[in-house]
Write a protein that binds this ligand. Structure first.
Ligand SMILES: NC(=O)c1ccc[n+]([C@@H]2O[C@H](COP(=O)([O-])OP(=O)(O)OC[C@H]3O[C@@H](n4cnc5c(N)ncnc54)[C@H](OP(=O)(O)O)[C@@H]3O)[C@@H](O)[C@H]2O)c1
Length: 311
């Protein structure tokens, strides 16, 4: 049920969140800050219902079963992968659409999608599956890289390793407050250095980058320098990925696509799950993978502005 939001004159979606772990908490934060969404309820295991939630969620009802919450437009399933099917069944049989992000890939993902699809078709309700960081956002990037460079090789490097020796050098460059240097092996086998620098106020990052690249330690390696607000925060995030796709020998031209990210996977997953929920009202019954959902639909009421901004 989509209702008018009297504050903003927009339509507001009432979303349930099942499971209050890392992703569930992040989803609750994202929904709470969104003008077009409301947390209808948080659904927890029976023995957790009485546990107090952080103060910001004090107004949110906490229940032990989705059937106890009337009028939900969708539910974000944030339970462990092994529990997702059962939780999806509970919602879909009551006519409530779901979004989930189970970490499943390849054939396991397809089997999972088919199982949810059977339920969703039977109960005539839409579901979006694999809507997290990976699978999810990263799948979209991989797919796009494949379309743009069809004959290339895709190299994925997880958790870029820090190089202490190179980090120490970068820290000595004038104007650098803090630095972190990582290394990865690119598709062609060559080494690349990523240097994240936190510079003193007023310092020109281009000069810092030139000084780092000119050092003998970095001379024979491709070195990319990125300014960041806080190296400490970057280290805490702890996770990173580099996707690189290069056109193969004999293909037309020399294409090279590079995507580099450091992130909190729970927050990235929550952002995608919440965006997917905005697309639910426009979808037909059945299970939709994220790649099947039009990008514009993920923006909900902001689709028009997003098109102007990004296209
Ligand atoms: N696609 C991606 O990139 C991505 C990334 C991270 C996670 N995920 C997915 O997101 C989901 C949640 O992950 P998470 O990291 O938030 O997990 P988590 O921190 O372990 O939280 C899971 C929550 O589910 C609830 N729960 C219900 N039944 C449970 C059971 N039998 N055992 C344990 N917990 C149970 C609990 O909440 P209550 O205490 O409130 O009952 C628990 O806190 C998983 O399906 C995971 O695969 C996807």
């Amino acid at each position: 049920m989509v209702k008018q939001n009297s504050r903003h004159g927009e339509k507001e979606l009432r979303l349930g969140i099942v499971g209050f772990g890392r992703v569930g908490r992040a989803c609750a934060d994202v929904v709470l800050e969104a003008k077009d969404l409301t947390v209808a309820a948080i659904v927890r295991r029976l023995d957790r219902v009485a546990q107090p939630l952080p103060e910001v969620f004090s107004q949110v009802p906490v229940v032990s079963h989705t059937a106890q919450v009337p009028g939900m437009d969708g539910v974000l399933l944030c339970v462990p992968t092994a529990q997702v099917f059962e939780a999806a069944h509970d919602c879909l049989q009551h006519g409530v659409p779901v979004v989930e992000s189970s970490i499943l890939h390849g054939e396991a993902f397809q089997a999972h999608r088919e199982a949810i699809d059977r339920l969703a078709v039977r109960f005539k309700v839409p579901a979006i599956v694999g809507a997290g960081w990976d699978p999810g956002a990263l799948s979209l990037f991989r797919s796009l890289f494949g379309l743009l460079v069809p004959e290339g090789e895709l190299e994925t490097t997880h958790r870029v390793a820090a190089s202490l020796h190179h980090t120490a050098m970068a820290r000595q460059v004038t104007g650098v407050k803090e630095a972190l240097c990582t290394e990865q092996v690119a598709a062609g086998g060559t080494k690349q250095r990523y240097v994240y620098v936190e510079v003193e106020p007023g310092v020109d990052v281009a000069h810092v980058a030139a000084a780092i690249r000119a050092d003998p330690l970095f001379l024979n390696e491709e070195t990319l320098v990125f300014p960041v607000d806080s190296v400490a925060a970057l280290e805490q995030e702890g996770r990173g990925v580099v996707l690189e796709r290069r056109s193969g020998p004999g293909s037309k031209g020399h294409q090279r696509l590079l995507f580099e990210a450091r992130f909190d996977d729970a927050m990235m997953t929550a952002r995608l799950m919440v965006a997917a929920a905005r697309a639910l009202p426009g979808l037909s019954p059945g299970a939709h993978a994220l790649v099947d959902v039009p990008l514009g639909a993920l923006w909900g009421e902001q689709a028009y502005d997003a098109e102007r901004a990004w296209l």
